[in-house]
Design a protein around this ligand. Structure first.
Ligand code: AHR
Length: 345
């Protein structure tokens, strides 16, 4: 009996400790629910949301800081990551693919939850993307695409349709010169060689203008998406060609650099030489509102909040569309004047 009594006492003690523990947990839960936001306190199983209460680590490799567009894109990603409460590991590749590959490998080593990057050029990513896949780290492409045949190497591509941007530029030009009786000499400032926006803006534009045999591209060269290179290449174009009618620049920064070269040559940008560009960043919109750029195709850099949502969906195991296209518009000089005061970037 003595023995049974001791065992009984031990059993009772264990039971009451377990009950106390349960009460303690239940009280903690109630206190938390009272003190804070109940949504963030809800257990994962209740709402199927695995990210509740867990901080996501996102590794992001940026192209560089070559343009106004890029600065706005970087700010959007950094601000949105902060707002979402993610740990952002941000790396600037300074326009070099080898730096991006190094950054991606370092993210894999650090076992981040998701890797995202804007690939400086389209080719040459398969090896490192396979490494990310083998490590079980999902990859999201933003802004620019890769040309990998194996689409299982990334979950989705979030960004603009660059071919469509090129087409819009070509459609405006075709309309302007639909009654042209003689040749219209076009010079083209391409973006970074081998990059998706340079390849696609070139092909979309060419596809549309080919229907009018008077629209002739007489020179086409890279200005690497920078103002300095845009100016330098435009100077060379002006030197080599007497009758330039139109400049098609793959971004605002190159158009702005080219405007300096055109003015230095004693010509009026927007009048003596019609200018079409892409992006619609504030400086470009300013030049358009002054009539120096005639037409801008918008390319929206504010991808941050959409990216954070995609990252969360991936971590939560939700289905994500394989292609998410950014919505964009176009601006004539008049429209740019109207839109400029409220332009965000
Ligand atoms: O990839 C987007 C392009 O990259 C922008 O149009 C250009 O300004 C930037 O450098």
């Amino acid at each position: 009996m003595k023995k049974i009594g001791k065992m009984g006492a031990a059993l009772l003690l264990t039971l009451s400790m377990a009950m106390l523990g349960a009460c303690g947990n239940s009280n903690d839960g109630n206190t938390a629910a009272k003190n804070g936001n109940s949504a963030t306190q809800a257990p994962a199983a209740d709402n199927g949301d695995k990210t509740e209460g867990k901080s996501i680590t996102l590794g992001f490799s940026q192209v560089g800081a070559e343009s106004g567009w890029r600065s706005a894109n970087t700010k959007s990603i950094q601000d949105s990551a902060k707002e979402a409460g993610y740990t952002l590991k941000f790396s600037d590749a300074q326009q070099k693919q080898e730096n991006q590959i190094k950054a991606l490998r370092s993210f894999i080593q650090q076992k981040v939850d998701v890797i995202s990057f804007s690939p400086v050029v389209e080719s040459g990513w398969d090896t490192v993307l396979k490494e990310a896949k083998a490590a079980g780290i999902p990859v999201v492409l933003t802004d620019r695409a890769v040309d990998s045949k194996d689409t299982s190497l990334y979950v989705t591509f979030l960004g603009s349709d660059f071919v469509e941007e090129g087409r819009k530029a070509g459609q405006w030009l075709t309309e302007q010169y639909k009654d042209a009786a003689e040749d219209v000499n076009i010079v083209e400032l391409q973006g970074t060689t081998g990059s998706a926006p340079a390849n696609d803006r070139m092909s979309g534009f060419a596809e549309v203008i080919k229907d009018n045999p008077h629209l002739k591209i007489i020179a086409s060269q890279t200005g690497d998406f920078t103002r300095a290179k845009g100016k330098e290449v435009m100077q060379a174009f002006l030197k080599a060609n007497k009758d330039i009618d139109v400049l098609y620049a793959h971004n605002d920064d190159m158009a702005l650099g080219a405007i300096q070269a055109i003015e230095a040559a004693g010509l009026k940008p927007g009048q003596d030489i019609k200018i079409i560009s892409v992006d619609a960043v504030k400086d470009g919109m300013q030049a358009a509102s002054e009539g120096k750029i005639n037409f801008i195709v918008e390319c929206n850099p504010l991808l941050g909040s959409q990216l954070m949502q995609v990252v969360k969906d991936i971590v939560d195991g939700k289905a994500v569309e394989p292609r998410i296209v950014t919505e964009e518009t176009t601006f004539t000089s008049e429209q740019a004047k109207e839109a400029l005061p409220s332009r965000e970037y």
